[in-house]
Design a protein around this ligand. Structure first.
Ligand SMILES: Cc1cc2nc3c(=O)[nH]c(=O)nc-3n(C[C@H](O)[C@H](O)[C@H](O)COP(=O)(O)OP(=O)(O)OC[C@H]3O[C@@H](n4cnc5c(N)ncnc54)[C@H](O)[C@@H]3O)c2cc1C
Length: 414
């Protein structure tokens, strides 16, 4: 018996989508074909959808579970934004370009989305990363304060500075409230007339273009162009193309309670920070919104499947973090763990982003490979993706191309 025809998506199906995030009350009324369907409402999909909408396109945003949901890479509490990128100046510029958009979104939001804590990176020696970062900041006219060992001790006595030669402080950067920011942006997109739908899209078919996208519930999504901003799920949608080029890894994040009455770990007393540690970076954030002092190790964990990953931290991971705390933040070493999260990076071979047209499907666009540092770049990624799709890109960035993505992991972007 022939398979029943797939039902085109209808207003009723749109209404059936669960808009769980705060403020997402309005469901779009579009029943006609959208110009663009954006699959994935993480930070990259949300900014791409909003930017295309801002340029007059009718956009349908689709997510299998919900904007910045708990299992998505954008679903955490907080993400650092910084301009320190060593010699990878393209990301310093993107972080800077994005910061204004983040601040503007934060200003429009009832609750803060950006906390201007400043970001301090510290080094045990004058690493090439520090030297090239300084040079990039000079070229771009970006403020950067250098603090000697003695100045670090005086300014941040709550940190044990043994072995640290100096720190680089970016006063203008800070921390983005990740989940809240993405959900606020999607709510804005919907309020401005965009359509949001909760559907799990199946891998696309077609030889030269996508005519429609089938969903797990049996619907068919029809649009002019299709953007796939599916984070760590990208290799599942395009196994042949991206299976060997995007590597999701398991990452652990910890929050510790500061000692009662101890204000030394509050924003204002402690910036966002990263210990370069010879490239094996530990990073963290002050006790933002009383959630706890956040800390994580940036080293890639084991390979991870975002659909089946158990979100429980390991005893080894916790012991490693406590040992680090004892070394650098002794007042927190024995403090209780108040929250932990397991998330996944979606790494390209070297850490570069992927923003490119599908090599065979002329109306399909790939946006992803945030590689543990992508969140801050959301607004710039959205602009770049919109430029690319609309044929308005002044010059393509070779580092974002699919062809630059190798099949062996060799991280160079931090
Ligand atoms: C622990 C951790 C710490 C990090 N720290 C920082 C930091 O400090 N600063 C920074 O800038 N970056 C940081 N990052 C990186 C950053 O968070 C990610 O690069 C970024 O969030 C990736 O966003 P995304 O939109 O590509 O993916 P996601 O947020 O994962 O979104 C993809 C979406 O696509 C949807 N989707 C997938 N498949 C389908 C389908 N078939 N149908 C419909 N929907 C689908 C998913 O449900 C999901 O919502 C960190 C990441 C992690 C994990």
């Amino acid at each position: 018996m022939a398979a029943p025809p797939r039902t085109p998506i209808s207003r009723r199906a749109l209404v059936a989508g669960t808009l769980a995030a705060a403020g997402m009350k309005r469901v779009g009324a579009a029943t006609s074909k959208p110009d663009v369907a954006v699959v994935g409402a993480g930070v990259f999909g949300a900014w791409t959808a909003r930017e295309l909408q801002r340029r007059g396109r009718r956009v349908l945003l689709v997510d299998a579970i919900g904007p910045a949901h708990a299992g998505a890479s954008s679903g955490g509490e907080s993400r650092m934004t910084r301009g320190l990128y060593g010699g990878d100046e393209v990301y310093t510029r993107m972080a800077l370009d994005s910061l204004e958009a983040w601040k503007a979104l934060s200003d429009r939001s009832a609750l803060p989305l950006f906390h201007p804590t400043g970001v301090l990176m510290f080094f045990d020696r004058d690493e090439p990363f520090a030297r090239t970062s300084r040079a990039a900041h000079v070229r771009l006219g970006l403020p950067l304060q250098e603090l000697s060992h003695g100045e670090l001790e005086k300014t941040y006595p709550q940190v044990r500075w043994d072995g640290i030669a100096f720190g680089l402080l970016e006063p203008g950067f800070g921390v983005l409230m990740a989940r809240r920011a993405v959900q606020t942006l999607v709510a804005e997109f919907i309020a401005a007339g965009g359509d949001y739908l909760q559907e799990a899209v199946l891998p696309p078919t077609g030889e030269t273009r996508i005519e429609s996208l089938a969903t797990r519930s049996g619907a068919a999504l029809i649009a002019g162009d299709y953007v796939f901003a599916c984070g760590p799920w990208l290799p599942k949608l395009f196994p042949g193309l991206l299976g060997g080029r995007i590597f999701p890894t398991r990452q652990e994040v910890f929050f510790f309670a500061p000692p009662p009455g101890d204000a030394r770990f509050e924003p204002g007393r402690l910036p966002g920070w990263a210990d370069f540690n010879g490239g094996d970076i530990y990073y963290g954030m002050p006790n933002l919104e009383s959630r706890g002092f956040k800390i994580a190790r940036d080293r890639h964990g084991p390979a991870a499947d975002p659909d089946t990953l158990e979100r429980q931290v390991s005893a080894d991971g916790l012991a490693d973090i406590r040992a680090y705390l004892a070394r650098r933040f002794p007042a927190l070493a024995a403090q209780p763990l108040v929250e932990s999260r397991v998330c996944q990076y979606e790494n390209s071979s070297n850490g570069d982003l992927l923003i490119d047209r599908h090599p065979l499907l002329e109306n399909a666009w790939l946006v992803g490979a945030g590689s543990g540092h992508g969140f801050k770049h959301g607004p710039a990624v959205g602009r770049y993706a919109a430029d690319l799709l609309l044929g308005q890109l002044p010059a393509a960035e070779p580092r974002f191309s699919l062809s630059s993505k190798a099949s062996a992991q060799d991280r160079s972007v931090h």
